[in-house]
Design a protein around this ligand. Structure first.
Ligand code: SAM
Ligand code: SF4
Length: 339
């Protein structure tokens, strides 16, 4: 007798699958487009944020995540904008963690509000946190974030660890001529602090059109910089993670590289995104979106929402076109997508 495959997670057996056979297990939820930084690679210096009534309410977020969970999503990452600026972030975390089928809830943050929020978030069930930190030099940090907050971010990292969040990872976007010379310093610091740093290739999602191919420091170049500290070897990695992992032998530090531009991982992508105003984006670089907020506000049932979500994921393309001549930069910049 033939046995039907049953997906892990909710027990409903449903999976969110696209036309290329990829199954979405991870959902990134943007809680807000607001931010207390103005990172040059992510957003403009002067910006008008979405009016708050355009954002999904906490109840709407929890309901929509429940629909995704029913369709086999198991891991949720809260992001933004800066997710810790959302007043209900602790409550949203607790409620999402309680949804049947959701195994982990994690968060990506600039870290500034972690000293106040790390412990309540941990108590609410938050698993891990990724903290963005692009320079250990105060002047360069100010240049990149357009805010003088290096010490606050370092304090946030300490607070996350003290609260027992696990894992605590550091994300560092590398831009040629800006912070690429700091790669060895970052690795030495990560070794001292016993932290995993993930270097991210600069992607064309900035606001001021500063992205140029020559500004991208590729995986190969990042490894060359790391090799100045000793032999670098690959480490076995989670095949669903966008980061390739390496170790600097001798220094005893493991680090990751997210090579979205030079080595796209689209074929193994298991992610889908929900923007702060309730649109499904099936790819970071998608040029179309599917609105759920209006459906929710017009009284759609969970079954109706699930049908729309299934279609949105089904139509995901094979991969982004950054390396093709026809590449069209998405209208949304990173802070409005939810990285
Ligand atoms: N505010 C939070 C933070 O900075 O961690 C969460 C939102 S931020 C948009 C999520 C991640 O996207 C951060 O690690 C950030 O460094 C990264 N990011 C933003 N713009 C990027 C770009 N153009 N290329 C690569 N990574 C980018
Ligand atoms: Fe804000 Fe994060 Fe974008 Fe920096 S990367 S401007 S902290 S949303």
């Amino acid at each position: 007798m033939a046995v039907e495959p049953v997906a892990p997670g909710t027990g409903t057996g449903e999976v969110l699958i696209d036309r290329y056979g990829r199954v979405a297990r991870k959902l990134r939820v943007s809680l807000t487009d607001r931010c207390n930084f103005r990172c040059v690679y992510c957003m403009p210096e002067h910006v008008t944020f979405m009016p708050s009534d355009e954002l999904l309410t906490a109840d709407e977020i929890v309901r929509i995540v429940g629909v995704f969970a029913r369709l086999g999503v198991e891991k949720v990452r809260l992001t933004g904008g800066e997710p810790l600026l959302r007043p209900e972030v602790v409550d949203i975390t607790r409620r999402i963690k309680a949804i049947p089928g959701i195994r982990t809830v994690s968060l990506t943050t600039n870290g500034v509000r972690l000293p106040q929020l790390a412990a309540p978030l941990k108590a609410a069930g938050l698993d891990g946190v990724n903290v963005s930190l692009d320079s250990l030099d105060a002047g360069r940090f100010r240049l990149l974030a357009r805010r003088d907050q290096l010490e606050a971010v370092l304090e946030g990292i300490r607070a996350a660890r003290a609260a027992g969040l696990d894992p605590v990872k550091v994300n560092c976007v590398v831009m040629r001529g800006v912070n690429d010379e700091e790669i060895p310093a970052f690795l030495r610091w990560a070794a001292e602090e016993d932290l995993v740093v993930r270097f991210i290739e600069f992607m064309p999602l900035d606001a001021d059109n500063i992205w140029e191919r020559r500004r991208v420091v590729t995986l190969a170049e990042i490894l060359q910089r790391a090799e100045t500290l000793g032999a670098v070897e690959p480490v076995a990695e989670d095949p669903t993670s966008p980061a390739r992992l390496f170790r600097v032998r001798g220094l005893g530090v493991t680090f990751g590289v997210i090579a979205s531009v030079s080595r796209p991982f689209c074929a193994a992508c298991d992610r889908v995104r929900l923007t702060a105003e309730g649109r499904v984006r099936n790819c970071l670089f998608a040029t179309t979106e599917t609105d759920l907020r209006d459906l929710v506000r017009r009284g759609a049932s969970d079954d109706e929402l699930a049908a729309v979500v299934r279609d949105a994921v089904w139509s995901k393309w094979a991969g982004h076109l950054i390396n093709r001549p026809g590449f069209v930069k998405p209208e949304r910049t990173m802070h409005r997508i939810g990285g």
